[in-house]
Ligand binder design. Structure first.
Ligand code: SAM
Ligand code: SF4
Length: 483
């Protein structure tokens, strides 16, 4: 069967819809209406954001269009405190694992696009997957996101097999406890299959919400060329029972202000359609240069560093209960700057070539096997230490997902600010494991200070004794304890 053919009927169904939930003209009207908001307009919105309530599009438009330095600082500072309030001062760590760069699509910005003859195509064998995962585990990773191109050879059966292979690798100290997925949009049946192998979050980035730009970036005649097939993938995921969904935009394809509105409309659509369940995470990658991919060198709508900081804070304020992921595409300096404005997850020790964990010590050393080049090539140990120095608790926790706290349940927990009470103790326990099993002496020192300070904060609370008991059990060799 033709590769495109398998989704033909679904495509036709989407084509018949008179419109979708992204109205380009309306978004621009809202942005134009608030082109010059006053300090009072901004402060009115911040007052609402303070209550951790998801903002409405016009309110977000006000924040987006705000250029006043004084109220911008107020936005940054509120974003910081909302992050602390909803997520505590944890920083969750993960690393990507690229399984295959075979791709039938031809996205203008991506090193894996089918036209790119410079890329050495590779799909990991089961033995190679085991080797990659073993190295990741030995570096201290507990969470991964598995990344795939879109090709007939790497369809749903292949994806499910690889998820099983990843979970089956056990090393002396540990295992991957949560495998998220970043792959092409799937059908409801395929998503049900994916759910059955126990994935964490299912991520699909819309890339751009702007219809015309989407068409320009993704040639017709490819699966990715179908805007609505991608736009409605999280609806299909919810129908299939995959309720932890990760949205994202590739910043640089179109005006960042429009894209933030697109993410917000997508969130509202999911909340309205699925009983209040919005996205579990939002990613906001900026385009990085990719081998022999001219578009990626000079994207037309490249986002400046100052706009980037602003957009992260706006996401935090507008969609307060959703995790924000800042990847190693960003430089060390930029990550350090934006992390306090609301980021809840980062990757570290990242290698993005297919087979790269076994072949090189850090990223950007295999350009003809990597999707793009990254900005932060430090080891996991270095980034864990830095986060500790910045007063974050590095966390490797996977408890919620394994206790079934996903989707609707997770949203309620997060919304009602209970995340801190579950997650901070579990972050403490997983940091303890990391320090004992993998950390350098320098990182141990910083990490132990963090632990001491964090544990102190629970003194007098019911959970305090439980934390102490679990810490001592971990010291005696037990692993994978959680509240
Ligand atoms: N192939 C699948 C897809 O396109 O949805 C999933 C994996 S793709 C490898 C993951 C994401 O990488 C894409 O959704 C896109 O946002 C991002 N990406 C592609 N090219 C990039 C570039 N040059 N710089 C930064 N991110 C890029
Ligand atoms: Fe393929 Fe994804 Fe790259 Fe597009 S972004 S060319 S679909 S790997």
């Amino acid at each position: 069967m033709d590769f495109l053919e398998k989704y033909r009927e679904c495509f036709e169904e989407y084509d018949r819809m008179p419109h979708d939930f992204i109205d380009d003209d309306k978004i621009w009207e809202q942005l134009n209406k608030w082109e010059n908001p006053t300090k009072e307009d901004v402060r009115r919105v911040l007052k609402k954001a303070e209550q951790c309530i998801r903002l409405e599009p016009e309110e977000t438009a006000i924040l987006i269009q705000n250029k006043d330095e004084e109220t911008l600082q107020e936005m940054f500072s509120l974003a910081h405190s909302l992050k602390e309030e909803v997520y505590g001062n944890r920083m969750v760590f993960f690393a990507p694992l690229y399984i295959s760069d075979e791709c039938a699509n031809n996205c203008k910005y991506c090193g894996f696009r089918s036209d790119n003859a410079s890329i050495h195509r590779k799909t990991l064998t089961p033995e190679e997957i085991e080797q990659e995962v073993r190295i990741m585990i030995e570096e201290g990773q507990k969470r991964t996101v598995l990344v795939y191109g879109e090709s007939p050879a790497t369809g749903i059966d292949f994806i499910c097999d690889t998820v099983n292979q990843v979970y089956n690798v056990k090393s002396e100290h540990g295992e991957i406890r949560r495998a998220n997925i970043n792959c092409a949009p799937l059908s409801v049946e395929e998503l049900k299959q994916l759910k059955s192998v126990g994935i964490g979050t299912y991520q699909v980035f819309q890339e751009t919400y702007h219809h015309e730009t989407y068409r320009k970036m993704h040639p017709a005649g490819t699966i990715k060329g179908h805007y609505r097939w991608r736009l409605y993938v999280m609806d299909r995921a919810q129908k299939a029972g995959v309720d932890d969904c990760g949205l994202g935009v590739l910043f640089g394809l179109y005006d960042w202000r429009f894209e933030i509105m697109g993410l917000l409309y997508h969130t509202i659509h999911l909340e309205e359609t699925f009983g209040g369940v919005g996205p579990h995470t939002i990613s906001f990658p900026r385009i990085n240069p990719a081998t022999d991919t001219p578009f990626s060198e000079h994207p037309e709508y490249a986002v400046s560093d100052s706009d980037f900081k602003k957009l992260v804070a706006i996401l935090r304020l507008s969609i307060p209960y959703t995790g924000l992921i800042c990847t190693a595409r960003e430089s060390v300096e930029m990550r350090k700057e934006v992390v306090p404005f609301g980021v809840s997850q980062i990757d570290a020790g990242t290698r993005i070539g297919v087979g790269a964990y076994a072949q090189s010590k850090c990223a950007n050393q295999m350009p003809n096997k990597e999707q793009f080049s990254i900005g932060d090539t430090r080891s996991l140990d270095d980034v864990v230490r830095e986060m500790g120095e910045m007063d974050f608790i590095p966390s490797f926790c996977t408890a919620c997902y394994r206790a079934g706290r996903t989707g609707e349940h997770f949203m309620k927990v997060a919304k009602s600010k209970f995340v801190r009470n579950y997650c901070v103790p579990n972050a403490i326990l997983t940091l303890k494991e990391y320090l004992l099993d993998y950390a350098s002496e320098e990182t141990k020192q910083v990490g132990n200070e963090v632990l001491k300070k964090q544990v102190e904060q629970f003194k007098g609370k019911p959970v305090y004794d439980k934390i102490l008991e679990n810490l001592s059990r971990i010291e005696q060799g037990e692993r994978d304890l959680r509240l």
